[in-house]
Design a protein around this ligand. Structure first.
Ligand code: GLC
Length: 429
């Protein structure tokens, strides 16, 4: 069920932590796609120590990054649980030298730090033979001669086994939602291999609510979730309803030592700004090393983003989606009382910033991170026809923030627009 804490949240940290951090392979997909054999993939268990895993340190870092919530992989498509499960031996507790319940330490530390606790849970389990017992809906034996769909690959379907598998998922989710205090958010993944009917999604959603009526559910439930999850490519327009954009810092969800294709702090800040100015939020992924420490480049991006958020809090929190680009060629947010616009400026202005079609008179314009006041003027206003003209903010000499500069525009009253042909509208109509 959608909750206010999620509506108000702007940044979450996504954590892909698992045995895939041992070698240099992608999480689960590497064996599924045949880049490594299943046996070699699973051998990574022997090298997974979590020897320096310190959930409290993570929580401190996430606070400094400016996050409100966190989502960690309790189990990825490989089926290896990061928690002590009574329903399978395949866990880091039983199969790796770590021999610890990492979900337990994680949930406790995040909650103590005041962060909302999210768990990623893969519906797919490519290790469990009961998973590969039905074909994707509408497909037949002949359509699935290999197992790319996690199907029985040319064999007969076994619906009772599939039912057992669904019950197995339900049992593990009950463990996750009963043994670790309140889980605020469940982040499912992998719904695409089966239909809503095969997953029994309506019943599944209901079942999860019996475990916690307030849990927020992401969209990867074949239409039965609470919010959309665009991934990697920022949407050009915000999807309808609540949404969260998830992205990696380099090109990998989990840790891969060979992946040096890191985004800069400036790019990540810009992506964050794109999300909040379009009315969404960002779920920024880190992939910890097998010992639980972070690559310093990932840590730096988190700290830089946190520093920027700290300097621009009032433009970020308690605000909503801003103006359309035809009013202002940049991102923007609007305060809850609708009396302040925050303009996000990504490049150094030559001379002016220009805002069109805002009817409410401007009181004051300042640069948010320095407080310096900027001069403004109007052209083209025709008071007798209600046409407000163009607001020019003289910004050629303003101090620039190295990542993104926010210009705060205080209005005399609640914002109203004029679309240029006399029609006046209020905000977000
Ligand atoms: C994709 C990937 C998966 C990853 C997820 C995170 O679905 O397949 O490995 O966990 O994205 O959003």
């Amino acid at each position: 069920m959608m909750q206010d804490w999620f509506r108000n949240a702007k940044l979450g940290i996504f954590i892909h932590y698992g045995i895939y951090a041992v070698g240099d392979v992608s999480e689960s997909w590497s064996f599924h796609n045949g880049n490594i054999s299943y046996e070699d993939y699973m051998k990574q268990c022997e090298g997974f120590t979590a020897s320096k895993f310190d959930a409290k340190k993570w929580a401190e870092l996430f606070q400094k990054a400016g996050a409100q919530y966190v989502v960690m992989t309790a189990k990825h498509h490989d089926g290896v649980a990061l928690f002590d499960t009574g329903y399978s031996d395949l866990s880091v507790v039983k199969k790796t030298p770590a021999a610890r319940d990492l979900v337990k330490e994680y949930t406790a530390a995040m909650r103590e730090a005041g962060l909302k606790v999210g768990l990623y849970y893969s519906l797919i389990d490519w290790s469990d033979p009961r998973y590969r017992t039905v074909y994707p809906e509408g497909m037949k034996k002949e359509d699935c001669l290999n197992d790319i769909y996690g199907s029985p690959a040319g064999k007969e379907e076994e619906p009772e086994k599939w039912q057992e598998f669904l019950e197995f998922n339900n049992h593990q989710l009950k463990e996750l939602m009963s043994n670790y205090g309140t889980v605020d958010l469940l982040w499912f993944d992998g719904d695409w291999e089966r239909s809503a009917a095969q997953w029994k999604m309506p019943e599944f959603r209901e079942y999860l609510h019996t475990l916690n009526p307030n849990v927020v559910l992401n969209s990867r439930m074949q239409g039965y979730g609470d919010y959309e999850t665009p991934e990697q490519g920022i949407p050009l327009y915000g999807p309808k309803g609540e949404w969260e954009f998830c992205t990696t810092i380099n090109d990998s969800w989990g840790y891969r030592p060979s992946d040096n294709d890191y985004k800069s702090s400036g790019q990540i800040v810009r992506m964050f700004c794109d999300c909040i100015t379009l009315g969404g939020r960002m779920l920024l992924d880190i992939g910890p090393k097998e010992d639980g420490t972070l690559d310093e480049r990932q840590e730096k991006v988190l700290l830089d983003l946190g520093g920027w958020i700290h300097d621009h809090e009032e433009a970020v929190f308690g605000t909503e989606k801003g103006l359309d680009y035809n009013h202002f060629l940049g991102g923007s947010t609007i305060s809850a009382d609708k009396k302040t616009m925050y303009l996000f400026v990504y490049d150094k202005p030559q001379e002016t910033l220009c805002v069109k079609g805002i009817k409410t008179p401007v009181k004051r314009v300042t640069v948010l991170h320095t407080g310096e006041e900027l001069r403004f003027s109007y052209t083209g206003s025709l008071p007798w026809s209600g046409i407000p003209g163009t607001l020019w903010i003289w910004a050629g000499e303003m101090s620039i923030h190295p990542f993104a500069t926010v210009v705060k525009v205080e209005l005399e009253d609640e914002i109203t627009y004029n679309l240029g042909h006399g029609e006046v509208v209020t905000f977000n109509e």
